[in-house]
Design a protein around this ligand. Structure first.
Ligand SMILES: [Zn+2]
Length: 256
């Protein structure tokens, strides 16, 4: 992170120094490092600010199904029934303030053998990239408190839409949280039906893939849950099992 910030600052100083003799080069020096910083903030696969796991190691036909933005009183029970019918395991990246309203859903997820993980407290999609260190810490700690009140101690975190912040890496480290990305996603709000979502989520499938799907009211009604059902059916037809990989022998998160 500091390397990116120092590079950006040095670029601006150099741009000012040479602006009168070489304005074109000055423009590149002024904006180039900003573009690099934006890339590492906004592009989910970029690893410069936070290392985000995008695949897991396996010697078998196994994938990791992850479901974001719940829990949801309508969708979660139906998804749990689908997972049980397919003998599949999944990780639910839940939003803290929603989880606080539905602690019983967290317990249902965990009791069925799935993982509950952290997806911020309020899902600040538009502002997370520029959140202050205190805001990032509040998002993490309020979410942790909500999950712990529901009996869950998460070890994994996913930022909203994979957007990072300058202060995220150190805040995650201090709380023993690993950052988890994805290798394919359903993009449920793009035009298309549930089948199109399932095709996107299972495109370029390979052992160790991490699939990202969503639950909840922000998903179009015709796609909610049905896309996950179709993904599970496609995976079964292709001979893949849904597993939740073991966390790194990652120490119990420090008590806060
Ligand atoms: Zn989300």
């Amino acid at each position: 992170m500091w390397l990116l910030l120092v590079t950006a600052l040095a670029g601006k100083v150099a741009a000012v120094l040479i602006s009168s003799s070489s304005p074109a080069t000055a423009l590149v020096l002024w904006f180039g490092p900003d573009a690099l910083l934006a890339y590492h903030l906004f592009v989910p696969r970029a690893q410069g600010l936070v290392r985000m796991q995008r695949r897991f190691k396996t010697a078998h036909r196994e994938v990791w199904l992850t479901i974001d933005d719940g829990p949801d009183p309508e969708d979660t029970p139906r998804i749990l029934a689908l997972l049980a019918a397919h003998d599949a395991r999944a990780t639910f990246f839940v939003i803290g303030e929603i989880a606080a309203r539905h602690p019983a859903l967290l317990q249902s997820i965990a009791a069925a053998g799935h993982e509950v993980a952290h997806h911020t407290h309020t899902h600040p999609l538009a502002s997370f990239w520029c959140a202050s260190p205190a805001s990032v810490q509040r998002e993490l700690d309020a979410g942790l408190a909500a999950l712990r009140a529901g009996g869950v101690r998460p070890t994994r975190f996913r930022p909203p839409a994979g957007i990072k912040s300058l202060w995220l890496a150190s805040a995650l480290r201090a709380r023993g949280l690993a950052c988890i990305g994805w290798s394919a996603r359903g993009l449920e709000r793009r035009p298309g039906d549930a089948e199109a979502v399932a095709v996107r989520a299972t495109r370029d499938l390979a052992p160790g893939a991490i699939l990202l799907l969503h639950e909840g009211p922000r998903i179009p009604a015709a796609i909610r849950v049905d896309a996950i059902r179709r993904v599970l059916e496609r995976l079964r037809a292709l001979g893949y099992r849904c597993v939740v990989p073991c966390a790194d022998p990652l120490k119990e998160p420090p008590a806060r």
